[in-house]
Design a binder for this molecule. Structure first.
Ligand code: F3S
Length: 403
């Protein structure tokens, strides 16, 4: 890999041991993937925040790097933690877990990282522009940044994102290169997805079948997916496959059908979502908790949840999870009060995949997120019901999944 004079100095330790360690990680990664150089990044989003996923070894690693003097040089935000950093007591998070989680956040803060914990940084003040290079970690955010905003990022691991934040650079391979951003699989959608859950089921099915392809979606004339549909679609594809970039005809900025046809890309036709719904639902009717907001909810999703609840009394817990800035705006518009009037909660900072759910007695969840449904069973060992927002709200009202 070609390094500039400054990068060579960083690698040689002239900027201190923390920077040298970061360069060592980036150069090793660049050499594995055949990068020719490092590219400057405008922002970083770091995963590996939830104590449930990091464990003590991860926390020790972060604290040691912070103690060596690691400091970020570009705007850097965090992926969700395992709990709401402010209201964890009210949500019943065990104190022993909370203490460790707060230590993780402290280690990141010591490096100069904003403790804005969200998987939708593009909704909370970090919205990259077309063609800007980033080093983001969270798979759904990577998909959104690449596909919907036209920015350029690979899916970084926690340490490589942190190394990018400390140096302001990332290895230039993969989706940083124009030639790798072309669509390679045409997906014809013939099943007319309506709800956000439908777009999640669609993403789940396509992700499972697309390997390392870059899908190019063609929807029917009546469907023009917006922010919520695209973030749900991308999150599900990134979960069931490893799709970090997709295009939607006439919607996303880099959709170029001509390129696809010229490359004679294969076709995939989706005629039904039934198989997606079947695969993402486990048996069992009881619902302990309904989770809305995976990826973290937008204002529109919070508003729709409040409307769906419409003052209904709940028998199960219902949590809508969102980034802090979105919550502030929702509060100002009176949406939080409407959800709380039913007994629901709007939770900040968290992702339930890293939360101590079983310790909290939560073993059965319902969600309208295909990504959450996909991972909950394997990572948390819980039962999951997956369906539309309306069905989830109904389940929260009765405590059982509607027939
Ligand atoms: Fe975000 Fe966690 Fe879902 S990181 S995308 S809420 S699985």
């Amino acid at each position: 890999m070609r390094l500039t004079t400054e990068e060579q100095a960083m690698e040689a330790g002239e900027h201190g041991p923390a920077v040298a360690k970061a360069m060592e990680i980036l150069v090793a990664l660049g050499e594995i993937y055949g990068a020719e150089e490092l590219v400057p990044v405008v922002s970083v989003q770091v995963a590996g925040v939830s104590y449930g996923n990091l464990g003590q070894a991860g926390l020790d690693f972060l604290q040691a790097w912070a103690d060596q003097g690691a400091r970020v040089v570009v705007p850097t935000t965090l992926n969700p933690a395992g709990m709401d950093l402010e209201a964890w007591r009210q949500l019943g998070i065990p104190e022993s877990y909370a203490r460790r989680q707060l230590e993780v956040i402290e280690a990141y803060r010591a490096m100069g990282i904003s403790a804005s914990c969200s998987c939708t940084p593009y909704l909370t003040g970090n919205r990259p522009r077309f063609a800007q290079h980033l080093a983001w970690s969270e798979s759904s955010a990577v998909s959104y940044a690449n596909s919907v905003l036209g920015a350029r990022t690979n899916r970084e691991g926690g340490p490589s994102a942190l190394a990018a934040a400390i140096t302001g650079r990332t290895p230039g391979y993969g989706l940083h290169l124009e030639r790798n951003r072309q669509a390679t699989l045409v997906v014809d959608v013939k099943c007319a997805p309506q709800s956000w859950a439908d777009f999640g089921a669609l993403g789940y099915l396509v992700g499972r079948q697309s390997g390392d392809a870059v899908p190019y979606f063609r929807f029917g004339p009546a469907e023009s997916p917006g922010l919520e549909e695209l973030k749900t679609l991308g999150a599900a594809m990134a979960a069931s496959g490893a799709v970090a970039l997709y295009h939607v005809q006439s919607v996303t900025p880099e959709a170029r059908l001509r390129d696809v046809v010229e490359s004679q890309a294969p076709n995939l036709t989706i005629k039904s979502l039934d198989e997606g719904y079947r695969a993402l639902n486990s048996p069992g009717e009881r619902v302990d908790l309904v989770w809305i907001g995976c990826p973290h909810a937008s204002l529109v999703e919070i508003e729709q949840t409040a409307s769906c609840l419409n003052g209904k009394e709940l028998s199960s817990r219902l949590w809508v999870i969102a980034g802090r800035e979105v919550i502030r705006e929702a509060r100002a518009r009176g949406l939080i009060a409407r959800i709380e009037a039913s007994g629901g909660k709007v939770v900040g900072d968290a992702c339930l995949l890293g939360a101590p759910l079983v310790e909290m007695g939560i073993t059965s969840l319902a969600t309208n997120s295909a990504k959450a449904a996909f991972y909950l069973r394997s990572l948390q060992g819980t039962q999951v019901r997956f369906g539309s927002l309306e069905r989830c709200v109904e389940a929260a009202g009765t405590g059982v999944w509607p027939a």
